[in-house]
Design a protein. Structure first.
Length: 345
């Protein structure tokens, strides 16, 4: 048996999703005539408390469409130094949006108003003009950490006073909502736009949503077409997304519980450094330095035992739980890592 903890992107669609895809009513989405896409976009906007929403192929596309809709080439975008938009989106904000990044060093990925304030330079002919602030919630490289509602509001209010728009890279915003025990509407209410993924913990096979006011979404729809994201009978994708939003949100708490359980048990095993403070949702980051082997080496040893994890730096592996991890799999994960550690030591 192979257990895959590389990412929650590895989730497979449920039988209900597959059935919905088989029976979806279809039309041409580029012309706004796919009824299933329209239903998903309406549902998404309502759940987020925004005026409108747009189905896109991926979170990367959603973030790019947001950046290009909020800014002009040559503008400056302020974002956390370890953010997904910077690390894992192929430099699209520079290559395609023409934006200059201005980094803020957060604590486990979480920015403070004071740090953002330091990043905003006074007007000067030598500096690009800052127009957008991006917040990642949950924060991937921070360990799956969460911005609380009060901090989100405080940051957005400050940014708006500086004339900045606020975009949330909320790939896992429903994980944040569940972890905090607040509605996703409350969590994103102060942002101008938000993107979330259907294809991670929510288990849909493909697709993300970008939401904001009607004028913003109209711009983003045009940008989506420009970057090749105009899909035709996209109701096949949307049908699974509807099931994801209606059936898969509340159960994310199970993923969080298993991540916490695995982390706590691995601390008892020893051999890995784990900061429990960062285990707030469905991710566990483990430092392999005490074993005196690299993260790649450790990941390969685990792979030989049927456990797939991601090496995210020279000395860190990441474990991500999803609906495919239950009591049986969690127990096997702990036993396998313990066995490999004992062999290394």
């Amino acid at each position: 048996m192979v257990i895959n903890l590389r990412s929650d992107t590895q989730t497979l669609p449920t039988e209900e999703m597959l059935e919905a895809m088989r029976n979806a009513s279809l039309g041409d989405d580029v012309l706004g005539e796919d009824p299933t896409v329209n239903k998903l976009e309406k549902l998404s906007a309502e759940m987020l408390g925004k005026e409108a929403a747009l189905l896109v192929a991926s979170g990367t596309m959603g973030n790019l469409c947001a950046l290009m809709s909020h800014t002009h080439p040559g503008d400056e975008v302020i974002l956390e130094a370890e953010s997904h938009t910077y690390y894992y989106e192929v430099g699209g904000f520079s290559a395609l949006a023409g934006l200059s990044p201005r980094f803020v060093q957060g604590e486990h990925g979480i920015m403070s108003v004071d740090k953002i304030k330091e990043a905003i330079r006074p007007g000067d002919i030598h500096f690009p003009h800052p127009t957008l602030l991006c917040i990642e919630n949950t924060h991937n490289r921070g360990g799956g950490t969460v911005y609380p509602v009060t901090l989100m509001d405080e940051i957005a209010q400050f940014a708006h006073k500086q004339g900045l728009k606020v975009h949330i890279d909320g790939a896992r915003i429903f994980n944040a909502s569940v972890a905090l025990g607040v509605s996703v509407t409350e969590l994103v209410k102060s942002a101008d736009s938000v993107m979330f993924c259907l294809s991670k913990g929510l288990s849909a096979p493909i697709g993300s949503i970008l939401a904001g006011d009607k004028g913003f979404v109209e711009k983003a729809r045009k940008v989506r077409k420009m970057v090749g994201g105009g899909m035709r009978q996209a109701g096949i994708i949307a049908a699974a997304g509807i099931v994801a939003l209606e059936k898969m949100v509340d159960r994310l708490s199970e993923d969080h519980a298993y991540a916490r359980y695995i982390a706590e048990e691995l601390i008892k095993v020893g051999g890995l450094n784990i900061d429990l403070e960062t285990v707030q949702t469905n991710m566990v980051y483990c430092d392999t330095s005490p074993l005196k082997i690299s993260a790649d080496q450790f990941a390969n040893l685990l792979k030989e035992q049927g456990l797939l994890v991601s090496a995210v730096s020279t000395d860190q592996i990441r474990l991500v739980t999803s609906r495919h991890i239950t009591d049986k799999e969690a127990g096997e994960v702990i036993a396998t890592i313990k066995r490999v550690i004992e062999n290394v030591l």
